[in-house]
Design a binder for this molecule. Sequence first.
Ligand SMILES: Cc1ncc(COP(=O)(O)O)c(C=O)c1O
Length: 410
Amino acid sequence: MTAPSPLTSAEGTTGRDEWVLDPAKRHLNHGSYGAVPRRTLEHQAALKRELERNPLRWFDSLPERLAAERAALAPFLGSPAHELAVIPNASAGASTVLASTRFEPGDEILVTDHVYGAVLMAAERAARRDGGVVRAVGIPLAAGSEETLELITGAVGPRTRMLIVDHVSSATARAFPVEELVAALEGSGVTIVVDGAHTPGLLDSPARVAGRSDGVVWFGNLHKFASAPRAAAVLVARGETAARLYPPIDSWGATLDYPERFDQQGTNDVTGFLSASYGIAELERLFGWQRIRDYAADLAAYAASIIAPALEALQDVPARPHVGMAQPAQPLLRLPDGIVTDGASQRVLKNRLSAEADVEAGIMVWRGQGFLRISAHAYNVAADYEQFVERGIPVIASMARSGASHSPAR
Ligand SMILES: Cc1ncc(COP(=O)(O)O)c(C=O)c1O
């Protein structure tokens, strides 16, 4: 398979010209923390200067600025501005809905075994607080939309109050049938919390699912694929569900309605959030979001086509697991057994790939098995993944030879 030609912008620049990423490294993991284009950083720097030239004027002007920013983001996210609330990150989205919900003893929060670890911890704490329980339903990696839907709806019981489900999961980079779940559970009284941390930019109109029913809360990070400066995330809900949501930090907006009360969370630097729609519009003007998504999918397919055989040469196990509802821009490859089995060994491999192969890669662990989550964005080129094969695979090979996962984590 041939690699797609690098993406060029309306101004003749390449994706690499538009980001400030360290050229000494290959950046193959947009999915964890994102990366911010230089024009967006310049916009944010101008806002920060404005703030520091007159902090009082700045903070007094924030309600209008934030309302305008919510309105500007709404079409990109696929939700009306009045349903869209400002939060700093996806973790705050989970904390918001869990802190705003009271469970009865014995009530159940249902999750899948693909749930993000920190979100699971938040759910467990909320359950402990109220005497509830968290139950995880196992979803095979290969399960398609129908099977996933059946497994999750089949696991909903009389005590299930809340379902937390990934829109696109972190460790396994797969989607979940969230629209179908919302339709199937309509009227059941179960609050459906859709963790869309990965989806802004990656999917077209990702928050649309929250408009399907009053019982849905969706949240997503703008700093991942959408490339906004951190901290920038949104929560979307409507109706009665929205009315009972309060921001994670109580502040002067407490008496306001949803979503205005989320605009004030103490004295907070919101220049990152206020730069999000500018950056998104610039990337639309320079490259086009659909073009970025198509390029990322083509480049990720090329990357998988060269990395999978190199991994298979290390061990006689297919490197391409069958992933149900796979994301084209984030293929998942299986690492040789035993190299990555937990968080500690995951960090060892990530650190060694950075130090010895100059690649920053998404190493994931799920059910004790290590995976490489390939990720591609406008700034990536074929040579990024070719370097992974030439210099990263020998690092993995040396770990496989030495039986691997024991050196200390950090
Ligand atoms: C699926 C998922 N949920 C939640 C989060 C938490 O995001 P944050 O650390 O920005 O709060 C992440 C982060 O990668 C994620 O992948």
